[in-house]
Design a binder for this molecule. Structure first.
Ligand code: CO
Length: 211
């Protein structure tokens, strides 16, 4: 039970180390933040955004949920993306999935998870849209790995369908949208897709944005 104290004690040491490096380590960030990156990742404890990217406080604006979803009715995600793009004017939005994702695995399991089914349905829909490609993979392990990738690509496409992204693309040519996947077995990140201002979504999802 008392294991939680380690976190508070570690924090004390971490503060002392950072202040040893530079006395203004914390105070330089208190007035403002100017991150270049938004990270939309899985809530999984094994994919800590700052740790795997070597980012320091002030560098990553983070949103995490189960299976790194970009769901158009998710007010939490929308607020993060709107604030980051319009106010912080970030240059990059990264959607990062990971192999071995429990959310993706649960979505493909057929098990009834109650309330959680609603969230997992987004992944089931993704699997259904790509059933032909997934069906060609004989091993379940490979199907799950590919679905992790397809899920990332789809979430990046969801970002491209947002007016806030298309407006920033037209006005300032940012942000670049990145789809990455993290391999928990090796610790490595891989790039799946990079979408920039010319990579608009299907015409039905394009907005008329005044000059
Ligand atoms: Co996951």
């Amino acid at each position: 039970m008392e294991g939680y104290r380690r976190l508070l004690e570690t924090n004390e040491r971490w503060v002392a180390e950072r202040l040893g490096e530079r006395p203004d380590f914390f105070t330089r960030l208190t007035g403002t933040q100017d991150p270049d990156f938004v990270w939309i990742g899985c809530a999984d404890s094994r994919v800590p955004a700052e740790t795997v990217t070597g980012c320091a406080p002030g560098e990553l604006f983070v949103h995490r949920n189960v299976a790194n979803q970009v769901v158009h009715t998710d007010l939490n995600m929308l607020t993060v993306v709107f604030y980051a793009v319009e106010q912080l004017r970030v240059r990059h939005v990264i959607v990062c999935g990971h192999y071995g994702c429990g959310g993706v695995k649960a979505a493909m399991s057929g098990q009834d998870f109650g309330l959680i089914n609603r969230w997992l349905q987004n992944i089931k829909d993704c699997a259904e849209r790509h059933q032909e490609e997934l069906g060609r993979l004989p091993r379940e392990e490979d199907r799950l790995r590919r679905l992790v990738e397809l899920n990332v690509l789809e979430q990046v496409d969801h970002l491209a369908k947002m007016s806030v992204i298309q407006r920033a693309w037209k006005m300032e040519g940012r942000p670049w949208l990145h789809g990455w996947v993290y391999d928990m077995d090796t610790g490595r990140l891989s790039e799946l897709v990079l979408r920039t201002a010319t990579d608009l979504p299907h015409p039905v999802h394009r907005f008329d944005i005044p000059e």
